[in-house]
Design a protein around this ligand. Structure first.
Ligand code: SDX
Length: 376
């Protein structure tokens, strides 16, 4: 009997030099650097450069990258027109996916011979999406509140500009730093479902935009990216810390998956959580919301004690984005704005390996039979 690996759980399908997720040591390295060190010492722009190029940028390289990225921020007019046509009932992840596919449709270099697989052109495409996504997400957040587009500023870093375009001002440094930390932590995580989806599409030599929209589609699911949005719905359902026990009794009885908890790879806790929780704590103090952290701590305590299932990154990032001021349904597009760096690094790596991804399956349907033999 062939051994079946459902969900590819525990199956190593390829090598990667981009990141190392180590459940034994509960650690995560981006190109060899511990993610905690990157979050404490680098900006998201520097981490994006590291994921793409394998080394942290020199000051000159960083200055060149920042100048280019900032020049690419203004929302493409065609993309704005398409977003304006989409109903406000469209899920923000579908808006983001549509915007990326429109950008792809407008990329004339895709029709050049070799344009689809050209590493240099793909790097330019990656930087363009990195620069456009904050403007797309910020604009979608604002139009849902009947507010006008705010043009990006070239004098602000990635995160400060993202928050400025969304809320009309640059919040305190505490808020900008917490947001930047979340972007760094969300950037990359080896062969997670959305990254692997991007690699599968890349392996057929489809274009980068098609691979990215496949990643966006996978990330929309609540078992993956959609969990940070779902964490806030859980908090809204529970209400206060005192009601956690009652809520959890019912949820576990209904066999519900508690959003923000558990992980396919980490079994003794997600290595990114302490860093994101520390960032959340700074926001709790900034916005004076001890009630939120009481509920957060109580649910974590009971999930640990009763199920021994620990939080993942989505658990602290949900309330962090809520306090920062984003509407809940915008949380997963924020994940996209960060993960575009990991996805595009993996797309480049998959392209270089040039190996079509096509696993086998074990047939368990009806034995061979014939149309002429069926009884009518
Ligand atoms: C992300 O892969 C990545 O790297 C993803 C990610 C990234 O950076 O890309 O880290 C981002 O996707 C984080 C995960 C976000 N999703 C959620 O928070 C949704 C809730 N979590 C679960 O759905 C679940 O924990 C998964 C899907 C994340 C992982 O599931 P596994 O490892 O496949 O484990 P499982 O579903 O086989 O569960 C094992 C047992 C089951 O109990 P039994 O059926 O054996 O009795 O643990 C239970 C599960 O029911 N369980 C949970 C649970 N997670 C696991 N029970 C309740 N609530 C949960 N959250």
């Amino acid at each position: 009997m062939t051994e079946i690996h459902k969900g590819l759980a525990g199956v190593v399908v390829d090598t990667t030099a981009i990141s190392k997720v180590n459940p034994e040591t509960n650690s995560l390295l981006y190109r060899g650097y511990p993610v905690q060190e990157l979050a404490a010492n680098c900006t998201f722009e520097e981490v994006a450069y590291l994921l793409w190029h394998g080394e942290l940028p020199t000051p000159v390289q960083l200055a060149e990258f920042e100048t280019l990225e900032r020049s690419l921020r203004p929302l493409d007019a065609a993309v704005k027109r398409v977003i304006d046509e989409l109903p406000l009932t469209a899920h923000p992840m579908d808006v983001v996916r549509t915007a990326v596919s429109v950008i792809g449709a407008m990329d004339a270099t895709l029709t050049e011979p070799g344009g689809i697989a050209d590493p240099e052109l793909n790097q330019k495409r990656a930087i363009y999406l990195f620069a456009q996504l904050p403007t797309i997400v910020a604009y979608d957040q604002r139009r849902r509140r009947d507010e006008q587009l705010i043009e990006p500023r070239e004098d602000l870093g990635f995160s400060a500009n993202f928050l400025h375009m969304t809320f009309g001002d640059v919040p305190d440094l505490v808020v900008v730093n917490a947001f930047d930390v979340s972007m760094i932590l969300y950037a990359e995580h080896s062969f997670n479902a959305s990254t692997f989806a991007s690699r599968v599409v890349t392996s057929t030599l489809a274009d980068l935009y098609s691979a990215v929209t496949a990643g966006i589609g996978a990330l929309k699911g609540p078992l993956h990216g959609g969990a940070n949005e779902a964490v806030m719905h859980v908090f809204e359902e529970i209400g206060t810390a005192e009601l956690v026990g009652l809520w959890l009794d019912r949820a576990l009885e209904e066999k519900r998956k508690i959003m923000g908890f558990g992980h396919r790879v980490y079994k003794s806790g997600d290595s990114r959580v302490p860093t994101m929780k520390a960032a959340l704590d700074t926001l709790i103090a900034e916005y004076d919301r001890p009630d939120l952290i009481e509920l957060y701590d109580e649910l974590e305590k009971q999930m640990t004690e009763r199920k021994n299932i620990l939080p993942n990154l989505d658990y602290p990032s949900g309330p962090a984005y809520h306090l920062t001021g984003f509407d809940t349904e915008m949380f997963t597009p924020l994940f996209v704005a960060a993960r575009i760096t990991g996805w595009t690094a993996h797309i480049a790596e998959q392209l270089a390996s040039n190996a079509l991804i096509r696993p086998l399956s074990e047939y368990n349907g009806p034995a061979e039979r014939h149309v002429t033999e069926r009884s009518l």
